[in-house]
Design a protein. Structure first.
Length: 241
């Protein structure tokens, strides 16, 4: 591919996304992503507390979700579990993912839609863990019974789901497909609970995208459908929503 072809592909793939993020950050600076900054602070705080002898039990009690937990308790803990990083992974990786992906999503989708999608992706992983353990380890979708005691993925399932949804909404379809492919490779190489929860989060978000596409086609090609399509002249990211 020639240099002009590469530039053309980059403009088509990332142009609307880059323009939306740059405009928001230049115009509002850090005020464009208050929810994201709060999420980064909360993730840092929970990481600090859970690594103290006096704080580990408290963080586990309010934000650690396991498949062996009663379902009502898992639902209560799931919102906060978004911000409890895994103990066996570098916290800087989790913080970087939250800052980058949550920040872009907050600019492009709005803070409340971002939170709703993050919760949907995390909840899908939580529900899958229970179904997978019920299926058992013999099938491709099953999990061993020992995974019932493993803590859910934390912010990573939300990050994966948000990344794919933003890519679809902003027209970066190849990038979104690359994220999906990377998660499939992850499970093929290391078929553990975290990887399969990522796939469950992707499945939930992709199902939502299918519903949105169907709904927009049903509405036809009127003004409302045109304004909701990224890359059009009238579309603007809901920075302050």
């Amino acid at each position: 591919m020639s240099r002009s072809g590469v530039r053309g592909f980059a403009r088509r793939e990332w142009g609307p996304l880059y323009a939306a993020v740059r405009t928001a950050l230049v115009t509002l600076r850090w005020r464009a992503i208050p929810m994201t900054l709060t999420a980064v602070f909360l993730t840092s705080l929970l990481h600090l507390v859970q690594n103290q002898d006096w704080g580990y039990g408290s963080v586990q009690a309010i934000g650690a979700v396991r498949a062996e937990d009663p379902f009502w308790l898992a639902l209560l803990r799931t919102p906060l579990s978004l911000f409890v990083p895994a103990l066996d992974l570098p916290v800087w990786g989790a913080l970087g993912q939250v800052l980058l992906v949550f920040g872009i999503a907050e600019i492009c989708l709005g803070r409340w839609r971002t939170l709703a999608l993050a919760y949907l992706a995390t909840l899908a992983g939580t529900l899958y863990a229970r179904v997978g353990i019920a299926l058992g380890p013999d099938g491709p979708l099953g999990l061993p019974a020992s995974d019932a005691r493993v803590v859910d993925t934390g912010p990573s399932a939300a990050v994966v789901g948000l990344a794919v949804y933003v890519c679809w909404r902003m027209g970066a379809r190849w990038t979104g497909a690359l994220v999906v492919a990377a998660m499939c490779v992850e499970v093929a190489v290391k078929p553990n609970l975290a990887g399969k929860e990522h796939l469950a989060a992707l499945a939930a978000v992709l199902a939502l995208i299918v519903v949105r596409c169907w709904w927009e086609r049903r509405r036809g090609h009127g003004q409302g459908a045109e304004e909701s399509r990224p890359g059009t002249r009238s579309w603007k990211p809901p920075i302050a929503s």
